[in-house]
Ligand binder design. Structure first.
Ligand code: LMR
Length: 354
């Protein structure tokens, strides 16, 4: 750099400094005022919790409950800041955001974890759980525990399963009563090979798209329908753009709550203990609340819309089970013997109502 340019640069820096010092001297009120509410804030630990659903859903309410319990148990020194509705990350982005430590807690639907390891597919098998009670036994028993442990190899710390409930089918081409009724239809599904194969067996086309794009895809006629729990159908207003809802209860939808293992390891024992206790209480609370919310919101859909609702009868359900049964054979090996055996035992202890 030439001598003249260096001199000019120094002159500009001196002028800026002089203006700044003068400003501080003559306008001391420009400094941040003292605020005793802010005292101790530098000692606060803040965890960002991102999820994609609305606040009036099982996951939305469980995340809020968890934040409240952590706040109480830590006397306000640990804060969980919840970002609902995919406002921070979409379901497609959130796992890598967690791995990159951009966010500290997520609770993706377990169907989306098949992209990490194939075992998670066990929860996507059609009619894996005959009812909500079987779900609770499955995800809080050996099946759920093994799945959470499988996150370790991904550098993730599995904290809990938060069930939402059983999935139903909505479409504009109906009514859907027999499995054959889906032939030729186009569905939005979650990111899961087994769900994709399920629609293939039914002669339908399935598109793996983000949750937050689903309403528009239906409204713009880019898909005929989708599958989801009542709480997602209600809170995202899918029922307002769909003509038919079939209570199929054909699949599980629930969440694996997780943190980045390195972030977990950096926490003190006391913080870990608070998070674990709050998680345990929230999980027990969610088991009750999720079921209740799905029932209440089905009643609200019935009350507030003209959507045609069909509930599969026992014999109709048996025909769906039979039609989709080949997926157990097709995916058993990639899911693994032990998990398949655990699921077989669980299913045998229940029966599908006729
Ligand atoms: C979906 O993508 O349909 C669901 O997984 C959304 C959710 O998180 O419940």
């Amino acid at each position: 750099m030439k001598k003249t340019s260096i001199a000019a640069l120094l002159l500009v820096i001196s002028a800026v400094l002089a203006v700044y010092i003068g400003y501080q001297k003559f306008f001391p009120q420009a400094e941040l005022p003292y605020d005793d509410d802010q005292e101790g804030l530098s000692d606060q630990i803040v965890f960002k919790f991102s999820h994609v659903v609305a606040e009036n859903t099982p996951k939305g309410q469980a995340a809020a409950k968890f934040a409240e319990l952590v706040d109480k148990k830590s006397n306000g020194t640990i804060q969980i800041v919840v970002f609902p509705n995919g406002s921070l990350y979409s379901d497609i982005e959130e796992i890598s955001a967690l791995k990159d430590e951009q966010v500290h807690l997520i609770a993706p639907s377990t169907s989306k974890l098949g992209m990490l390891s194939a075992e998670w597919g066990v929860l996507d098998l059609p009619f894996a759980f005959p009812n909500y009670e079987a779900i609770i036994k499955g995800v809080h028993g050996p099946i759920g525990e093994k799945l959470l442990q499988s996150l370790e190899k991904e550098g993730l710390k599995g904290l809990a399963h938060w069930p939402n409930g059983l999935k139903q089918i909505t479409t504009n081409k109906g009514p859907v009563i027999e499995p054959e009724d889906l032939a030729g239809q186009n569905f939005r599904i979650m990111q899961s090979d087994i769900i994709q194969a399920q629609y293939g067996l039914l002669g339908a086309v399935a598109q793996q798209e983000s949750f937050n794009s689903t309403f528009n895809l239906i409204e713009e006629g880019k898909v005929d329908g989708e599958e989801n729990t009542i709480s997602n159908i209600y809170s995202r207003k899918f029922y307002t753009v769909q003509k038919h809802l079939t209570i199929t209860e054909h699949g599980y939808l629930g969440y694996a709550v997780m943190m980045n293992q390195d972030v977990w390891d950096r926490q003190s024992e006391e913080t870990q203990q608070i998070l674990l206790e709050a998680m345990e209480e929230t999980t027990a609370w969610n088991d009750e609340n999720a079921h209740k919310l799905n029932e209440e919101q089905l009643a609200l859909i019935k009350e507030n819309s003209s959507i045609q609702i069909h509930e599969l009868s026992g014999p109709e359900k048996q025909r769906w089970i039979k039609k989709l049964n080949p997926l157990y054979e097709e995916y058993g090996e990639v899911i693994g013997k032990e998990l398949m055996e655990n699921l077989r035992e669980l299913r045998e202890s229940y029966s599908f109502e006729d």
